[in-house]
Design a protein. Structure first.
Length: 247
C-alpha cells in the first residue's frame, strides 16, 4: 500500500497536477492520497478579514477560520486534485474525514494556548478506504476530520497521512512537495536515520520548513510505517528523494 501526502501549495500548479495524475495512472498498486491546503487557507482568511494566528507553528482555528479551512481543503483543493486524476483516467473520489466518519479526532491540546478547532487523529475507518480500493477507486482525502460532538476539526495533513498509513499498514508514505529531499551543499541525502537527522539539525542543515517535514517522516517510521520519503515530482518519477528509517 502506497500513501502519498501532497503539499497544498502544489495544487495551484497545473503542470504538477498533470504530472502527478499521470504518475498515479501508471501505478499498479493501490494508492491513497492525502492533501493539504497550503497558502489557499491563509489567502481566503485574508479576503474574509480573518486573522491568521499561529502558536509554535500550529494554526489557531476559530469558528470563522474553520469555515475557510473547510472551503479550501474539502472544496477547492480536493476537487481540483480529483478532477486532474479523472482527466488522466484515474477513477478517483474526494472525501473529507467527516464523510462516513472516515477520520475521527479529538481536540489537540497545547500547554499555553487554546488552538480552537484543531484536532489530532484518534481513529481511521479503514473499511471505507479498502472498499473503494477494491473497486479500483483512488481515495483523495481532505484532512478536515470529525471531532467531539460530531463537529468538524482541522487536522494537520502530515499527521493525517501518518495516521492513514499506519491504519492501512502502508509499505510507503511519500511527502510530496517542492522540496527534492534533505540537502547539503546542493547534494540530496538519499537515506537518513533519526541519529543522522539530529546531527543535521545541530549543524543547522535541517532548518525552517524542512524541520516539520523531516519530523513527520521520522514519526511515521517510528510508529510502524515501513518506509517514508521526502520527495518532489522529479524524484517521484525517478525514485529519488530522501528515504527515512528508524535505525
Amino acid at each position: 500500500m502506497h500513501i502519498l501526502k501532497i503539499s497544498g501549495d502544489k495544487l495551484d500548479n497545473e503542470e504538477f497536477l498533470r504530472q502527478f495524475a499521470d504518475y498515479i495512472a501508471a501505478q499498479a498498486e493501490p494508492v491513497v492520497i492525502v492533501h493539504g491546503g497550503g497558502r489557499g487557507i491563509a489567502d481566503l482568511q485574508a479576503r474574509l478579514g480573518l486573522p491568521t494566528l499561529k502558536v509554535d507553528g500550529l494554526r489557531v482555528t476559530d469558528a470563522g477560520s474553520l469555515v475557510a479551512a473547510e472551503m479550501v481543503l474539502s472544496g477547492v483543493a480536493n476537487k481540483r486534485l480529483v478532477a486532474a486524476l479523472l482527466a488522466a483516467g484515474v477513477d478517483a473520489v474526494g472525501l473529507s474525514g467527516v464523510d462516513g466518519g472516515l477520520l475521527r479526532c479529538r481536540q489537540k491540546l497545547h500547554p499555553t494556548a487554546d488552538l480552537g478547532y484543531v484536532g489530532e487523529i484518534t481513529a481511521v475507518r479503514t473499511d471505507l478506504i479498502t472498499n473503494l480500493l477494491a473497486q479500483g477507486i483512488t481515495a483523495v482525502i481532505s484532512p478536515i476530520s470529525l471531532g467531539p460532538n460530531h463537529h468538524p476539526y482541522n487536522v494537520n495533513a502530515d499527521e493525517v497521512a501518518c495516521a492513514v498509513a499506519l491504519a492501512l499498514q502502508a509499505d510507503l508514505l511519500d511527502f510530496v512537495s517542492n522540496v527534492p529531499g534533505v540537502m547539503e551543499n546542493g547534494r540530496i541525502f538519499p537515506h537518513l536515520t533519526l541519529a543522522q537527522c539530529n546531527s543535521l539539525r545541530e549543524r543547522d542543515v535541517i532548518i525552517g520548513g524542512m524541520i516539520p517535514k523531516v519530523q513527520a517522516a521520522l514519526d511515521a517510521v517510528a510508529q510502524g510505517v515501513a518506509q517514508a520519503r521526502i520527495v518532489d515530482m522529479g524524484g517521484l518519477l525517478s525514485d529519488g528523494g530522501t528515504w527515512f528509517s528508524g535505525g
